[in-house]
Design a protein around this ligand. Structure first.
Ligand SMILES: [Zn+2]
Length: 63
């Protein structure tokens, strides 16, 4: 079971083949090459990358 790198919640929903959504802090996670890419969904629907806020090891997938 994966957890959210941002809030450590396990309240993660799968929204696509390699896409997940954290219902606790409302960020979208995309899995690619074994690591996660995090995006925040803004009110107008645009995505803001959060990757700069995390260290690479925090984004390693823990499946
Ligand atoms: Zn979260």
């Amino acid at each position: 079971m994966m957890h959210c790198p941002n809030c450590k919640s396990k309240n993660i929903g799968k929204i696509g083949a390699n896409q997940y959504y954290c219902w606790s802090c409302f960020i979208e996670m995309t899995m690619s090459n074994g690591s996660l890419s995090l995006h925040q969904v803004e009110e107008d629907g645009t995505l803001t990358s959060l990757d700069d806020l995390f260290e690479a090891e925090d984004l390693q997938a823990e499946m």
